[in-house]
Write a protein that binds this ligand. Structure first.
Ligand code: T1G
Length: 691
């Protein structure tokens, strides 16, 4: 449709400013390069190249950002439709008139690649460019691995692509990626003026493809070493290296073809499907079906944290970093002082690494109001209780808060497994009580389980789910049960590990099986890291952990637990630990079975986790299977390239899972009794994760 010399379509607007043709795309939320958007850009370029009045072309986007990459969802529906990315890049790069990319927001993935296929790039300082594909188990598959090294050199290009991190426009300008920085708010006019200049200067206009690649294979080796931790279990980093090697050794067109081959292999890989699942899963968790945008979000201007120990201190730091003042309550001055000192020490350690200035440390610390009485919480908007995991203590505190806090204050408990409804019953306002379960260290681990009590109000849930983003956490809604979601499903891995240890399975074999699956740390090593005294808390009767603790073997923190640890925390086997295990095995009378196969160990550790996730879905404890995956990945570092326990369960298939559980149930009892949902999916051929 032609309106005042403009061609409008759903996503494309072409207009002319003087002798400059503008291709404007509007495809919210992030102008992802879907098939329609690719076609629109090609059409816009065609229109302006056919218009004799146009001397140069500017490509820009409406809304919050320049193209933020491919439409990731499109990769679940292969083959990629025409016009594909190669058609788009070729059209831009072969334009007879100079093309300028005008970048704001985040030009990522294919968006960055389109900018590199243009002759020039103009950006505002707040813009960023980058290749996050590695986080999706992919590589820049539209020429990025071939063009970027022609601009910034092999090593810098490989580093940027392997890191997956965005680069601020000013840095990109220093690197030669951005040709001109525009003033904020003046991107379009600056890009138009720049285009007029280049048009006036006349052809030829530079093409990235015509530049030589600076830096050889030696640079690749050096950067590979820097990123070596990334390679274990992941497929994309190795393919990215091969693509950069092609850029160094092959002519441009052949390098493009090699990149396409490597991209195609990744696109159909299980790892990429898993990582793309996690991308969407993490953005789904905040959506609660019965809580719409009409439910009010309450302002959280001031927070109270009760308990200045490890958890309370970490929780406090989350709010300080979001600029929210915290009234930190302890019962004794000495504990309060210790808590404050620990927070300061954490920040000073960050400052020592150059990631913060001492002025910023002091500013953050100034947001803490340390107090010794709950009465100081009368005016806070939210209280997060982080005291000892003892129900009577928590109920007493909530009973006091009921009489102290203002009406409309949210009362949250950081309990990791106690009954939130029981805690809420200690107040006259259970609709204001919610669980905010952080994972240790609370200022680092990204998962926040938001526990919805039977009476928790919708605005409380809506507010806390939104607040999670403010304190840079990913929220997962959980119902009330022992352990909520992450601890509940992962408890099986800990219980089965101990059982196998008592059956005589070598510690290192158990850890190796989980390392091979993709966990950075095996379950036995993890127990030593958590601390055996922490795990023994609340247990009744004699336990293996209790025997270790009695022998002074509390884990890494004491230099000895299941393993012995040297000054570098390197683990070695311990005769003393072996004796403790043997004595306890004799005490329990457990039948020795030291020769279990690695496959049996793997199924015994992982199948009950998936099975418990199925029970969480059946009971409504978790909203969706992908939430369980996010909880396991962010709470326990479940290997992201498997997609998480439920996505992985789908990968092996419900029928295989069911048969495996039945076999295990026959040998090891009811811990492996298949959930009804597993039986149902096995019968129907269904999946846990449906997107
Ligand atoms: N595809 C599809 N949907 C996307 C998307 C994408 N690339 N990026 C964001 N969304 C959706 C997201 O699911 C959410 O949807 C909404 O947009 C807002 O996102 C060919 C192969 C751009 C920094 O990996 O990093 O190009 O929940 O909540 O916090 O070689 O989104 O509202 O329904 O994250 O402001 C490479 C991924 C793709 C960029 C904005 N590009 N996106 O963050 O918003 S592969 C990426 C992001 C590729 C080429 C290769 C972020 C953001 P909903 P959001 P945000």
């Amino acid at each position: 449709m032609d309106v005042e010399g403009m061609m409008m379509s759903e996503v494309l607007t072409t207009r002319v400013a003087g002798n400059i043709g503008i291709v404007e795309i509007a495809s919210p939320p992030v102008n992802a390069l879907s098939t329609a958007v690719r076609a629109a850009v090609i059409e816009g370029l065609r229109v302006h190249n056919a218009d004799d009045a146009v001397a140069a072309i500017v490509i820009l986007c409406a809304g919050r950002t320049f193209f933020a990459g491919a439409d990731i969802a499109e990769f679940d529906h292969l083959p990629i439709k025409q016009p594909d990315f190669d058609a788009l890049m070729t059209t831009a790069e072969s334009s007879p008139k100079p093309v300028v990319a005008a970048i704001h927001g985040t030009a990522l993935g294919g968006g960055f690649e389109l900018a590199l296929a243009c002759n020039y790039r103009v950006a505002v300082p707040s813009a960023k460019v980058g290749f996050p594909e590695v986080h999706l188990g992919l590589l820049p598959g539209a020429g990025g691995t071939q063009r970027l090294p022609r601009l910034i050199g092999t090593g810098a290009a490989l580093d940027l692509i392997l890191s997956g991190k965005p680069v601020p426009a000013a840095k990109a300008a220093e690197m030669g990626v951005v040709d001109l920085l525009a003033e904020e708010g003046k991107l379009e006019e600056t890009a138009i003026a720049f285009a007029q200049d280049v048009a006036a200067k006349g052809a030829p206009w530079p093409k990235v493809r015509d530049r030589a690649v600076a830096g050889g294979l030696d640079e690749i080796e050096a950067i590979k070493a820097k990123h070596k931790r990334q390679f274990k279990g992941f497929k994309a980093p190795g393919h990215i290296v091969q693509a950069l090697e092609a850029a160094v050794t092959l002519p441009f067109e052949e390098g493009l073809r090699r990149e396409q081959e490597l991209f195609g292999e990744l696109l159909i890989s299980r790892e990429s499907a898993a990582q793309r699942h996690v991308f969407f899963a993490q953005r789904l968790t905040a959506k609660v079906p019965d809580i719409g945008k009409d439910v009010p979000i309450l302002p959280i201007r001031k927070v109270g944290v009760i308990g200045a120990g490890t958890m309370g201190g970490g929780i406090t730091m989350n709010f300080l970093q979001a600029g929210v003042p915290v009234t930190l309550v302890e019962m004794k001055q000495e504990a309060l002082d210790r808590g404050i000192a620990t927070i300061r020490k954490n920040y000073e350690r960050t400052a020592a690494k150059g990631r913060m200035t001492m002025e910023q440390v002091d500013k953050l610390m100034s947001l803490i109001d340390p107090v010794l009485s709950l009465d100081a919480l009368a005016d806070v908007d939210l209280v997060v209780e982080a005291v000892f995991e003892e129900i009577s203590i928590k109920k007493d505190i909530f009973g006091q808060l009921d009489g102290i806090c203002r009406e409309g204050a949210i009362l949250a408990s950081n309990t990791s497994f106690l009954d939130l409804d029981d805690i809420a019953s200690a107040t006259s306002r259970p609709e204001w009580v919610v669980g905010m379960h952080f994972f240790s260290p609370a200022n680092v681990m990204p998962l926040l389980e938001v526990v919805r009590g039977a009476k928790t109000g919708k605005e409380v849930i809506a507010t806390v789910m939104k607040l999670a983003g403010t304190i840079r956490k990913t929220p997962v809604l959980a119902g009330v049960c022992h352990g909520f979601i992450a601890n509940r499903i992962m408890e099986h891995l800990i219980v089965q590990s101990q059982q196998m240890v008592l059956e005589g399975v070598p510690l290192r074999t158990i850890d190796k099986v989980m390392n091979d699956y993709g966990f950075a740390m095996g379950p036995i090593a993890m127990l030593d890291l958590i601390g055996l005294d922490v795990l023994v808390h609340g247990a009744s009767g004699r336990t293996l952990m209790g025997d270790f603790v009695a022998a002074g073997r509390r884990g890494q923190k004491t230099g000895k637990g299941f393993y012995d640890y040297d000054a570098d925390r390197k683990a070695t086997l311990s005769d003393e630990a072996a004796k403790i295990i043997g004595d306890f095995a004799t005490y329990t009378g457990i039948a020795p079975d030291p020769g279990q196969s690695e496959e049996n160990i793997r199924q015994r550790l992982l199948y009950p986790v998936v099975n418990e996730g199925a029970k969480c879905l059946e009971e409504g404890i978790a909203l969706r299977a992908s939430d369980i995956d996010v909880a396991a990945i962010l709470g326990y570092n479940w290997p992201v390239f498997t997609g998480g326990p439920m996505f992985w369960g789908d990968t092996i298939g419900a029928a295989t899972l069911l048969q495996g559980l039945k076999d295990l149930e026959g040998r090891y009892g009811s811990a492996f009794t298949p959930a009804a949902l597993v039986q149902k999916l096995a019968t129907e051929g269904g999946r846990f994760v449906n997107r």
